[in-house]
Design a protein around this ligand. Structure first.
Ligand code: B16
Ligand code: MG
Length: 221
């Protein structure tokens, strides 16, 4: 088999940490007198920490000082870290380990491409860190998705051309980033929301070995 690179987003693809981000952002927003719904949380998926706080302040029509902005970001992250402290392998989304193992047996390259600065901590908690040949996270990038930087760095680190990379993403911004990078985009979630992706699956239980084999042999032009 030829070698391709498979790049996985973290939050919403490997683990469901969106619920913890939601609780921490909601607490922060409510403290500022801003209401914050699950629908609004959807719009923060794949979005960087800074941009997420900017959006919440926009929704609440609130302006704060730079110092307060920095201190709120720290507070949010401390609360988030408390939530993820107790994470374990039970929080890995269904069939993710099966797909990772299959790719490894087929000697394919695997990278993580996440906007989260906490990605390495989470991979450690769920004991999946050693499955990835390269990890690119929020500490390695300067531009947030839909900018393709995170995936392009992943491809470069693995030594695989972007057209030979396949990205698994749960966010619209992430799917757009993969498309802009000229990679194959696979949406994990709702097909209506992720309609820009080349393929969409509800979750990894729907991803067969035949489909993966097909991805490995297909050339993107
Ligand atoms: P942190 P992903 C993203 O991770 C999350 O989807 C997004 O909700 C979060 O704000 C962002 O990471 C930053 O996370 O505050 O931990 O640095 O989906 O790109 O893996
Ligand atoms: Mg995500």
């Amino acid at each position: 088999m030829t070698k391709k690179a498979f790049i996985f987003d973290l939050d919403g693809v490997i683990v469901d940490t969106a619920k913890y981000h939601f609780l921490a952002w909601q607490n922060l927003a409510n403290g500022l007198g801003i209401s914050f719904s699950e629908e609004q949380n959807e719009q923060l998926k794949g979005v960087s920490r800074i941009r997420s706080l900017e959006k919440i302040l926009e929704w609440g029509n609130k302006t704060i000082s730079e110092e307060e902005f920095t201190s709120l970001m720290t507070k949010k992250n401390e609360e988030y870290l408390n939530y993820i402290e107790t994470m374990d392998t039970s929080e890995i989304l269904p069939d993710v380990p099966r797909v990772l193992e299959y790719l490894l047996t087929k000697e394919q390259a695997i990278a993580l491409g996440s906007a989260s600065k906490n990605a390495r901590i989470i991979l450690d908690k769920v004991l999946l860190k050693e499955k990835f040949h390269e990890i690119v996270d929020g500490t390695d990038v300067s531009k947030a998705k839909p900018d393709p930087e995170v995936f392009l760095i992943g491809a470069q680190k693995l030594g695989v051309a972007p057209k030979d990379c396949i990205v698994f993403e749960d966010s619209v911004a992430g799917v757009q980033a993969a498309n802009i990078a000229n990679m194959v985009s696979i949406g994990i979630g709702d097909a209506d929301v992720l309609h820009e992706a080349d393929y969409v699956f509800s979750n990894f239980t729907e991803i067969t070995e035949e489909f993966i084999n097909q991805l490995v042999i297909t050339k993107k032009v």
